[in-house]
Ligand binder design. Structure first.
Ligand SMILES: *Cc1c(COP(=O)(O)O)cnc(C)c1O
Length: 365
């Protein structure tokens, strides 16, 4: 068996040809392809406004800028997320207030968020960890009386369904990423979806150095623009998204059915998740003390794995800056200690999937 990587972007000749066409035309900065892809995404996700960015960190940053998050403000962020979710708060001069995750879903929930709300709370970010949507409507309902903007870091859940509807319009703003290991990619790329058109207009201005027309800067923006050749790749990638997610769902179904449940917790999927994006398929070892041995064993058997990103409150930058103790979010910490991502990507052969299940189950024999 050849080495099985953790992810395998589906980039081929069609993407190369699309890029070549843009290069040959000579307009490589943001242009017609970006606009075209935005329209296609609006249709695919059934959202009013799709705004492309150069990466998913920029798009999340722009969301906070759109709500004027600034020095003295607090933004609630799940600690079990990628570093960008908190960094964007610091970029605005505000303070990230971390919250814990649920023991079953590893996503945050309304109660955990509400316990962190203060007078200073300016916005709330949630994360669709591993590509599994949070319970958007429950959070929205329980937080309604606070009237605080809700931003979803949906970087990992592009193409997933929440209650039979595409993720992208449940919260005020959703931010997505098209980094190379995401379900579809442009190498780098980001996206904001937003149902409020005046807010969307502001976000477009922020993306383009705060200009409402050339050299007239009305807001503090940034250069968050996507290149037109990246968008050309995106147009080809978008055609593949349903196939990619469907196939990942089949692989996940196989894992769910055949992995040794006496020793492994498979992902828990609540009813409101009607289509998981399976950005990553993540198992949890019942005995986390076995994890190092397990990882070495899989590596020796040529199966690539990833540990999740550590909870953000444990990152040296945040621990020091805010004097955070390591034991404050037990659920996130214990999840991180037992998580192992295993390969689940479009194009995996049945023989590879079976091989992985056999090797994993044999470890516990
Ligand atoms: C990938 C990712 C991002 C950041 O996206 P980039 O495009 O790499 O900037 C943000 N949040 C989460 C949860 C992610 O997985």
């Amino acid at each position: 068996m050849k080495f099985i990587p953790i992810a395998n972007p589906q980039i081929s000749e069609v993407e190369a040809k699309a890029v070549y066409k843009v290069v040959k035309k000579g307009w490589i900065s943001m242009g017609k392809n970006v606009q075209n892809l935005e329209e296609k995404i609006e249709k695919f996700l059934n959202v009013k406004n799709a705004i492309l960015f150069n990466n998913g960190t920029s798009s999340l940053h722009a969301a906070l800028l759109a709500y004027d998050v600034k020095l003295g403000d607090e933004v609630i962020v799940p600690t079990l997320s990628y570093i960008s979710s908190a960094n964007v708060v610091l970029y605005c001069g505000a303070k990230p207030i971390f919250c814990d995750s649920d023991e079953m879903t590893f996503n945050t929930d309304a109660e955990k968020i509400i316990s962190k709300i203060t007078k200073k709370t300016k916005a709330i970010i949630t994360t669709d960890l591993k590509g599994m949507p949070v319970d958007f409507f429950d959070i929205k309902k329980k937080l309604k009386k606070y009237n605080i903007p809700l931003i979803s870091d949906s970087a990992e859940s592009f193409g997933a369904d929440y209650k039979n509807d595409k993720v992208g319009k449940q919260f005020d703003i959703h931010s997505f990423s098209f980094f190379a290991n995401k379900n579809i990619t442009m190498g780098e790329g980001g996206l904001i979806t937003c149902q409020n058109s005046s807010l969307a207009k502001k976000i477009r201005i922020i993306r383009n150095q705060g200009q409402n027309r050339r050299y007239n800067h009305i807001l503090l923006g940034n250069n968050f623009r996507l290149t037109d050749y990246a968008a050309a790749i995106g147009i080809e990638q978008l055609k593949k998204i349903d196939k990619v997610i469907n196939e990942k769902n089949k692989i996940a179904d196989y894992y769910n059915k055949f992995l040794d449940r006496n020793n492994i917790d498979i992902p828990f999927i609540p009813k409101y998740v009607t289509r998981h994006s399976w950005y990553m398929y993540c198992i949890k070892l019942k005995k986390k003390s076995l994890r190092n041995k397990f990882l070495k064993y899989l590596h020796k058997n040529k199966i690539d794995t990833r540990l999740s990103f550590p909870p953000i409150h444990l990152q040296p930058l945040y621990r020091k800056k805010f004097s955070l103790k390591s034991n404050i979010f037990p659920s996130s910490k214990s999840a991180f200690d037992a998580f192992v991502d295993i390969p689940c990507w479009f194009g995996m052969k049945q023989s590879q999937i079976k091989y992985i299940v056999n090797k994993i189950n044999n470890f516990f024999k």
